[in-house]
Design a protein around this ligand. Structure first.
Ligand SMILES: Nc1ncnc2c1ncn2[C@@H]1O[C@H](COP(=O)(O)OP(=O)(O)OP(=O)(O)O)[C@@H](O)[C@H]1O
Ligand SMILES: [Mg+2]
Length: 345
């Protein structure tokens, strides 16, 4: 059994100019009166990795779960447009969503223990996923599951097929999650903090595995993380989220070279450049405001070293800053602070 038959057939390398795989326009999510995602938009193409970055509580997971229609019933989700490979997700029935999840769009969760069933062997869970979406017999599904476990670097895959999640280390469980997510060859993969729960050496191994799989299968991948270091090595394009809004949208290299939003500048300054730097690392003062206490103007203003009275007056919208690069800061809206007012962060 070839590995290519296990996951999707490898697609040709893409320059991201093809048809969009996933189009999201003005996605909003509220829980009752609390709006936690306020109008995010992006387009994901085949072979492209989109990084979504932001501190805890900025709305990254809620946005991802909304795309998969996996939020609890008290969530209200709206969007102007939500298309997966040309199919309108807004009008998709629940039964259609069930068949899309796993086969077309799959997710890797931060904590595999919550996503894996503790009372079923890992092999059984992958077999079930394969059989839910493919007309294949038990034997064939089992062979595919073993090949999938092998492909994600699980040693002695035949034996480990019969193990339960609690018998595995965190790193091995995350590999199982990846095998399960990719078992049916989804075109879109959402990885929500796939390495946060793991220790540093294992994090690096899992990222390397994800990079290998991405190179081989050329999915459209959304990599959610609070760690800009992860997106620097992995993402082609980055959305920076703050308090439910996108504050910057740029090609990864461009974001690192010319951040257009003070929040991104702060995140960049918080990346240690060497182990020695960790002790005197910069941290953005304050924390993300909760959804029930949002500033009416720029949501980052209370923490911003560039803050000026106009920042409190109105919400700054995403505006072109460089080619293919937008940021939501009035410094890019034609508002020039007098030189004497400029304060370095
Ligand atoms: N089921 C829910 N009901 C009410 N509020 C919720 C619910 N789920 C999430 N929220 C709120 O939505 C906001 C965004 O949460 P989300 O989990 O998307 O953050 P995140 O960016 O993924 O953070 P983290 O980095 O901690 O994972 C938070 O204020 C959170 O408290
Ligand atoms: Mg999250």
């Amino acid at each position: 059994m070839s590995i290519a038959a296990t996951f999707s057939s490898p697609a040709p390398a893409s320059d991201f100019s093809g048809e969009p795989l996933l189009e999201v326009q003005n996605l909003r999510v509220s829980f009752g009166k609390l709006q936690v995602v306020d109008g995010i938009s992006f387009t994901l193409r085949q072979g492209e990795v989109l990084g979504i970055v932001g501190e805890s509580g900025s709305g990254k997971s809620v946005s991802a779960l909304a795309l998969l229609r996996l939020l609890p019933p008290n969530a209200q989700v709206t969007a102007d447009r939500l298309m997966l490979g040309g199919e309108d997700l807004l009008s998709a029935k629940e039964s259609r969503y069930e068949s899309l999840r796993g086969s077309q769009i799959a997710m890797i969760f931060q904590e595999p223990m919550t996503a894996l069933n503790p009372v079923l062997s890992v092999g059984h869970q992958i077999v079930e996923t394969i059989r839910r979406h493919n007309k294949v017999g038990r034997r064939e599904a089992r062979d595919r599951a073993v090949a999938a476990l092998r492909r994600v670097g699980i040693p002695a895959a035949e034996q480990r097929f019969n193990e339960y999640p609690h018998q595995m280390s965190g790193g091995m469980r995350q590999r199982v999650m990846i095998a399960m997510a990719l078992a049916c060859g989804p075109r879109v993969l959402i990885a929500d903090e796939p390495t946060t729960a793991l220790d540093v050496t294992i994090q690096a191994q899992i990222l390397e595995l994800l990079q290998d799989l991405q190179d081989e299968y050329q999915m459209g991948t959304i990599m959610i993380t609070h760690d800009l270091g992860v997106v620097s090595s992995f993402a082609d394009r980055v959305l920076v989220m703050y308090a439910g809004q996108v504050v910057e949208d740029a090609p990864a290299a461009e974001l690192f070279a010319r951040p257009g939003h003070p929040y991104t500048e702060g995140l960049l300054a918080s990346i240690p450049s060497s182990l020695q730097d960790v002790e005197r690392l910069y941290a953005i003062p304050g924390s993300v405001p909760p959804p029930f206490d949002l500033p009416s103007g720029c949501r980052f203003e209370p923490r911003c070293t560039y803050s000026r009275p106009p920042c409190r007056a109105a919400r700054p919208w995403l505006m072109p800053f460089q080619p293919h690069h937008e940021a939501a800061c009035i410094r890019n809206h034609g508002y020039h602070f007098p030189a004497s007012e400029e304060v370095a962060p």
